[in-house]
Design a protein around this ligand. Structure first.
Ligand SMILES: Cc1ncc(COP(=O)(O)O)c(C=O)c1O
Length: 376
């Protein structure tokens, strides 16, 4: 059996988590503060707020970007629903731009056509470990006075040219879900270089309580606090952060291991008829997150391919079902799939094959062998 993805959890992670549990302080505290500092330093940005998920980070980013009811937010339909849901939480309107065939990232050249007087922000999704063309998007956002929010759930550790994603961002959101480049079980972070964004997001992430609310039970804190805004419960616990810190200690191993898997797949799959590897783009230096292939066979459909792989004990996945295909959005948004030919094509052909920091080289070689058999 080859799982789709497995997080790599060593004795180190287990020891660090156990240590936190034994201290008696298991919610947000000093360990989460350390985790924030480590991410901030790793990425090279000024501020980091660890939160309970990337969804929470996206919600906070939109709120602190000043998104309001009726605003239009340009984004991609080829993403996980969290990207779009967080826009809808604010009663703003997602305006979709189709993706490119080479990297499945929103087509930067189509953004300007969708800008209206109501457009407030662009939410770009860095995909599968590849980076969007940030220089192009930044130029457009600057010209039209739009906020740029980066959904980097897939791209912690990825570089745009020589710059780590998040380093120069105002709103960069990471996910530390178990399939991601590092994990805290559930978790995420908002990284920013804007002090005001950071301070507002920090208050909103914990009920709108002013100053470091968690300290109210500690010697250095006070029982007295104010609630200055209508906030949420988005804090990350020290247990999750201990896991994250141990993962950061092992990040160069994850990077190398994922590169190794990528090379095995690339070498094994590049000469197969009826299969194309998602090529990516020149401006990315990826921290490999997914391995996407496109099934081009007339005999074996994408769905049949996934079924056949499953029968051979290999679990594949799909990133993504375009958001407008789900019943909720069909009911509530008037989106015609004919306007998104590349997303539709990707949806029909793409498969995400097993990939992750604990997938072994042997498993990857087995996957290659079985794909060759299925598509021969
Ligand atoms: C592109 C993208 N954005 C956002 C999310 C949400 O991440 P989380 O589960 O940490 O909220 C995901 C999750 O898989 C994702 O793939």
């Amino acid at each position: 059996m080859v799982d789709f993805s497995k997080p790599s959890i060593s004795k180190k992670e287990i020891k660090e988590v156990e240590k936190v549990i034994k201290t008696g302080w298991i919610t947000t505290g000093n360990v989460t503060q350390q985790f924030a500092n480590r991410i901030r330093k790793y990425v090279g940005a000024k501020y980091c707020l660890p939160v309970s998920s990337c969804t929470a980070a996206l919600h906070l980013a939109l709120l602190t970007a000043g998104v309001k009811e009726g605003d239009e937010i340009i984004t991609t339909p080829y993403t996980f629903v969290a990207t779009v849901n967080t826009i809808l939480y604010l009663r703003a309107k997602p305006v979709f731009v189709d993706i490119k065939q080479n990297d499945f990232i929103l087509d930067e050249d189509q953004i300007e056509k969708k800008i209206t007087k109501k457009t407030r922000a662009v939410v770009v999704v860095h995909y599968a470990g590849f980076s969007a063309d940030l220089a192009k998007i930044r130029r457009i956002c600057k010209k039209h006075n739009l906020k740029l929010i980066e959904d980097a759930a897939h791209s912690f550790g990825t570089k745009y040219k020589n710059e780590l994603i998040g380093k120069n961002s105002e709103f960069c959101c990471y996910s530390f879900y178990p399939t991601k480049n590092i994990t805290t079980a559930e978790g995420g972070a908002l990284v920013t270089n804007n002090k005001k964004v950071f301070e507002k997001a920090r208050v909103l992430a914990l009920h709108g309580i002013t100053h470091q609310a968690w300290k109210r039970y500690k010697k250095e804190g006070s029982w007295k606090y104010d609630v200055a805004d209508l906030g949420f419960k988005y804090n990350l616990t020290d247990i999750n952060s201990a896991l994250g810190l141990a993962q950061l200690d092992r990040i160069s191993y994850f990077f190398k291991h994922r590169e190794k898997l990528y090379r095995i797949y690339k070498k094994g799959l590049s000469k197969i008829n009826n299969l194309e590897i998602l090529s990516g783009n020149q401006h990315s230096k990826p921290f490999r997150h997914l391995f996407m292939v496109k099934i081009k066979s007339k005999k074996v459909s994408r769905n049949q391919f996934i079924q056949k792989m499953k029968r051979k004990g290999i679990v594949c996945s799909m990133h993504f079902i375009p958001v407008y295909r789900f019943s909720y959005y069909k009911k509530n948004m008037n989106i015609k799939k004919k306007h998104f030919p590349n997303s539709e094509n990707a949806y029909k052909e793409a498969v995400s094959i097993p990939f992750g920091s604990d997938i072994t080289s042997k498993e990857a070689e087995y996957v290659v062998e079985k794909i060759k058999q299925i598509l021969k």
